[in-house]
Design a protein around this ligand. Structure first.
Ligand code: NAD
Length: 493
């Protein structure tokens, strides 16, 4: 239905779907019982579409289709090279639809359009990468002279359940879909209920690329309904989940009776540690980007900045000034650097932390709605200085454009502060002292460390967290390992 705010600002995408359906066994379908849920756009917070709300019966149908495609269909039996060709076609199509994808993603999630476009390109690259990797895959063979030959027979596992969050939805879906199907599995995807729009494009993309029906199935719906049914389905031996740590804990328990394979990419509260000898210009630019890009809704956001005392005051002053210059605006505007947070519920959560921060730290930038945006889910880039290590804004994941800055005096204190939360996803270290750089990076409790570097990564490297930030690592061959069984075959000579 018409949305005044969007029409006025001229950024409602053309040809929005009338409804968002499931995709099961090659068919777009509604929920068996007709259940739906509202999908809001984050600029007006008005409902712009209804999406099918999957229940147990819908998940059963999707899993049955995926199971048939796995046991009887061609996909698991095709040569890696044949599957690779389909994956490359998927990458080509995603690339060619980058602008449309970015437009829909930005409208649905509130991400700035330029950043949504970057994520669409990453999605294409994920397919291209696993298309290449699957044909380069080599497995171990051992000869025990005079006795045995042992070799690895790698096999797809079956139906993989993929459950994804709402920040960068399409890209994160691709990060699971690509390795899962590259290795010959079939899948049921349950995308996040806040942002189902871009996921509705997958079916057309896969059909055009020639993926056989039943290999990819999509069930929309709420986590506690559709997600829960997928986790508890006995014919789904693998669950790859990205989302909050508390949801991960719940899924871990629900999957336990079935001893499912689990890969979990969870929350974070990643430190950026700035030593006095660092290149401050580079450190400030990178730490601004690290927490304010993607609206701060980024699992690897450097949301705690620890700064060595001699440069602390200068850092805080310059950082606050730069944060105040970050451009908040309509998600569709190419000039926008921070758009609208995904959903009013999430907005309330983030604003709760902004108010709490005013009692836990010294507000030096932001602290509420940006000027001119008294509607929707807009939050001004917010910076708190002098935040104590036991403050909630220092230890809890906020997942918005809010950062806490804390001083330290010694390297040992910096390490203790960096490790002082339950999370361990990423860490960023800024120093020009070579020995300290390596020693600190190796000691910090984080799955990934960026040293004098922005958040960029090669797809071959491990991706994942330690402590409450995750279980297992994906990336490169680790993803292939998760989605396959490595059967050992022993032959006596
Ligand atoms: P969430 O945990 O609320 O939801 C994630 C997905 O799980 C959604 O699809 C949801 O419907 C589903 N879900 C919810 N309850 C479920 C249940 N009981 N059973 C099965 N499925 C269920 O997370 P979110 O708010 O969508 O995403 C934000 C979180 O994701 C943040 O904590 C962020 O750090 C994390 N994240 C982590 C990474 C990473 O790679 N480590 C990447 C992106 C986001």
């Amino acid at each position: 239905r018409p949305n005044a705010r969007h029409d006025q600002a001229g950024h409602r995408p053309a040809d929005l779907p009338a409804t968002i359906q499931h995709y099961i066994d090659g068919q777009l379908v509604d929920s068996l019982g007709g259940e739906t849920f509202d999908v809001l756009d984050p600029v007006s917070n008005e409902t712009y579409v209804q999406a099918a709300a999957g229940q147990q019966g819908d998940v059963d149908a999707a899993v049955a289709a995926a199971r048939r495609a796995f046991t009887d269909g061609p996909w698991p039996r095709m040569l890696p090279r044949e599957r690779s060709r389909v994956l490359h076609k998927i990458a080509d199509i995603v690339e060619s639809r980058g602008d449309r994808l970015a437009e829909l993603e930005s409208f649905d999630s509130g991400l700035p359009i330029t950043q949504a476009l970057g994520q669409a390109r990453r999605a294409a690259e994920n397919f291209r990468f696993f298309a290449d990797l699957i044909v380069a895959q080599a497995d171990d063979t051992y000869k025990v002279p005079g006795r045995q030959i042992n070799y690895v027979n790698r096999k797809p596992i079956g139906v993989a359940g993929l459950i994804t969050p709402w920040n960068t939805p399409f890209m994160l879906e691709s990060w699971k879909l690509a390795p899962a199907i590259a290795t010959g599995n079939t899948v049921v995807l349950k995308p996040a209920e806040f942002t189902p729009l871009s996921a509705s494009l997958w079916a057309g993309i896969f059909e055009e690329a020639g993926l056989p029906a039943g290999v990819f199935n999509l069930v929309n719906g709420l986590g506690e309904e559709a997600g829960d049914a997928l986790v508890k389905h006995p014919d789904v031996p693998l669950i790859s989940f990205t989302g909050e740590s508390s949801t991960g804990q719940l899924i871990f328990g629900n999957a336990a009776p079935y001893l499912k394979g689990l890969s979990m990419e969870l929350g974070g509260k990643s430190p950026a540690v700035v030593f006095a000898d660092a290149d401050l210009d580079a450190a400030i630019d990178a730490t601004i980007f690290g927490v304010f890009s993607l609206n701060g809704e980024r699992c690897t956001a450097g949301s705690r900045i620890l700064v060595e005392r001699p440069v602390y005051d200068e850092f805080v002053e310059r950082y606050a000034a730069q944060a105040a210059r970050v451009r908040v605006g309509y998600p569709h505007d190419p000039e926008t650097e921070v758009g609208a947070l995904v959903h009013p519920e999430h907005y309330e959560k983030v604003m709760g932390y902004v108010e709490l921060g005013k009692t836990e730290g010294r507000l030096v930038a932001g602290g509420g709605r940006p000027e001119g945006f008294d509607f929707g889910n807009f939050v001004a880039p917010t910076v708190f200085a002098d935040v104590a290590p036991d403050a909630r804004i220092f230890t809890e994941e906020i997942f918005g454009p809010v950062v806490a800055i804390t001083p330290f005096d010694t390297e040992a204190e910096a390490l203790e502060l960096a490790n002082g939360t339950r999370y361990g996803l990423a860490a960023y270290v800024w120093t020009n002292d070579l020995k300290r750089a390596h020693n600190f990076s190796q000691a910090v409790e984080a799955g990934m460390v960026w040293l004098n570097s922005n958040n960029v990564r090669d797809l071959r490297t491990p991706f994942g967290g330690v402590k409450a930030s995750g279980l297992g690592h994906e990336g490169g061959y680790r993803s292939i390992d998760f989605y396959t069984d490595s059967q050992a075959v022993h032959i006596t000579l």
